[in-house]
Design a protein around this ligand. Sequence first.
Ligand code: KG4
Ligand code: ZN
Length: 358
Amino acid sequence: DPSVTILGIETSCDDTGCAVVDGKGNVLGESLFSQNILHLRYGGINPLVARDLHRDNIELAVNQALEKAKINVTAIDAIAVTTKPGLLISLQIGVKYAKYLSKSYNKPLIPIHHMESHALVARMFYDIEFPFLTLLISGGHCLLAVVNDVDNFLLLGNTLDNAPGEVLDKAARRMKLRNIPAYSELAGGRAIEEAAKCSNNSELFAFPMPLVKSRDCNFSFSGIQDALIRHLLSKEKEHSVVGDRIIPEVNDLCAAFQSIIAEHISHRVQRAVIFCTKNQLLKENYKNIVVSGGVACNDFIFKTLQHVGDQLNCNVLRPPPKVCTDNGIMIAWNGIEKIKKKYQFHDVTLNSIEPKAP
Ligand code: KG4
Ligand code: ZN
């Protein structure tokens, strides 16, 4: 039913995001309270701070989304809420509020898997049929999966250590990019992308390509992270850089670092496509790769992936940048997708959710 409307609630990490989306994929109203700048100041996400901010903002976030949609809760058909994976204490804020609304207004509750919604939301913007390949790259995750259906994900690969966003954020902090006024309020990965644009010698630094010999679809970023620290230490020594000062080659270092991350990710995607082709997991003349998660906002990484896609006869797509990062729209849309599949939700007991660690 295209006239169905869902309220989506997301609190799994550091963004309190809500949205009202209808069955046709129209965003009727949305709100987002991002803790990004605050966590930049703290030098990372502090779970207790994140939880408190979700608690402070949840009611306001829901009301703003409803107000913008000019709709009353009573007119909503169901409430979709992220139940996993993520920080348990943060997830609980969204789940408790969703449960309260569900009970007060007698609305069905739809539990949503955060990572699945990152992938599925692409279907709100493009005509993508199942099955498709998805690459989810964010601050907490890095995975490749075949999406066979709304509720059927075949995991092909995962990160063996860190997530790319996490590594980019740490690198940005270590390179002190926040001290450059133009980048002071940008997410780490975004700051690195901007700095890399100012590089005129991206080959000044060499990074080791991770997992070159492994033929699976897993990822590893710890080796590149260690190499970055070594490059930094040696340059800091060379220029006697101390305190808040920044090495003169910072732009080149960012460019080389971003390049190796893009190359490694592309290499793994290539492996995944080969694996899918061999096992006939995708349709022969219809291969879509959906890239989503915060790191998918990176134009350099995305363009590298599109280039690889061209060579493999695959269409590489991503949701608009503000829908790649955490938001309530993707949660509401996942609710719509589940409703369309005629899920039965009456057996949902949110007291028993067991979110996975990020
Ligand atoms: O999906 P997301 O909002 O939250 C998680 O679930 O982690 O992703 C946040 C991550 C951060 O690590 C941030 O640095 C990264 O996405 N990010 C970027 C860019 N914009 C955000 N990474 C690379 N390039 C960007 N333009
Ligand atoms: Zn996410």
